[in-house]
Design a protein. Structure first.
Length: 345
């Protein structure tokens, strides 16, 4: 039977998600609910498409158009996600979805299509890879807390134990106000625009029991917080941050341990520390936990004359912006940040 490419609609959501769940390379970032999240939170157009053969889904492409005056016009699969590129059961379905993306590149007049693949795809001369920039950190965890603790290298394990000795505790909840206060302070200090609290509310609403917030308390006061996603046997701590007090009390170190401990108790067996840029502090922090970096295989289809988008903080042209942003009063950063970050994808 021929392969056809169809647009995701409400009726096809169950089949889409069932395909993602069944594919070994499927990720949380491929889930259909991201289309609603991206449209509702940021106002971007989505072009979620799937390949179908003989009535069965054989591939998915969660594509969205991130278009702003400041950062240009790019089709991304998937924006605001570390993964979520093309996912197909066979080469023909992959080729059909690639051709669909190339057609959208022309009709939307975008500068590029960016596919955030976690694994390398078959060579296609029309698509170009990105020089090494991002890696991901993923590691198996066990049901036994002692074994998980001992798997953490000695210096990092000492930081976790420091948080335990300070008497830090954790709670699991769905309070985005607590999360946003810690996250906003943390990313402002890094010179990065913050997401709105509304975005966090939309995520929790869209993903239900597949998402939660873990917050660290010091004498009953929140000092660090992180939103986590759950997919198959994996836990992904995704949006997190800590206050100045957290840095002095090993709050961030203790926080990721608590996410791991709680996830292990719930039966999850893989801890996904997410994406980091090579050579950054976040990269070093995750490596210190004993996680080995694995390269990500982002690839691009460029419009004539276009270059690979480079909107990352290590780009020298953003250096002055970042240093200025670090000095902004937090209320101003929280007011301006959501209008900027929607264009970064």
């Amino acid at each position: 039977m021929p392969i056809t490419v169809r647009t995701l609609d409400d009726a096809s959501v169950p089949a889409w998600d069932a395909f993602v769940d069944a594919m070994p390379e499927g990720t949380f970032c491929h889930r259909a609910a991201w289309a609603r999240v991206i449209e509702t939170a940021f106002g971007h157009r989505t072009f979620y498409a799937f390949a179908e053969q003989d009535g069965a889904v054989t591939g998915v492409l969660p594509l969205a158009q991130v278009k702003t005056r400041l950062f240009g016009n790019t089709l991304i699969s998937s924006p605001f996600c570390v993964y979520g590129g093309l996912l197909a059961a066979d080469a023909d379905s992959a080729a059909a979805l690639e051709a669909h993306a190339e057609a959208l590149l022309r009709t939307t007049r975008a500068a590029a299509v960016e596919l955030r693949d976690r694994q390398p795809m078959a060579a296609n001369g029309a698509w170009v890879g990105r020089p090494d920039l991002y890696v991901t950190f993923r590691k198996q965890i066990e049901a036994d807390h002692d074994r998980n603790m001992k798997a953490i290298p000695r210096k990092q394990r000492a930081m976790v134990r420091k948080g335990i000795q300070y008497g830090l505790t954790s709670v699991s909840h769905r309070d985005t106000a607590v999360l946003h206060r810690a996250y906003a302070e943390s990313v402002r200090n890094l010179g990065t625009p913050v997401f709105s609290r509304r975005y966090f509310d939309i995520l929790l609403d869209a993903f239900g029991e597949s998402a939660d917030v873990v917050t660290i308390l010091d004498d009953g006061q929140p000092i660090a917080s992180v939103m986590n996603f759950y997919f198959r046997e994996e836990v992904l701590p995704y949006y997190g941050g800590g206050t100045a007090r957290a840095r002095h009390r090993a709050g961030n170190d203790f926080m990721y341990w608590e996410v791991m401990r709680r996830a292990a108790d719930r039966g999850y067996r893989l801890f996904d520390f997410g994406r980091s840029k090579i050579g950054t502090g976040a990269h070093a922090f995750k490596h210190n936990w004993g996680f080995a970096p694995a390269p990500l295989h982002y690839r691009y289809r460029l419009a004539p004359g276009a270059a690979i988008p480079d909107h990352n903080p290590m780009n020298p042209k953003y250096r002055l912006f970042i240093e200025t942003w670090k000095r902004l009063p937090l209320p101003i950063a929280n007011l301006l940040g959501p209008h900027i970050v929607r264009g970064l994808g």
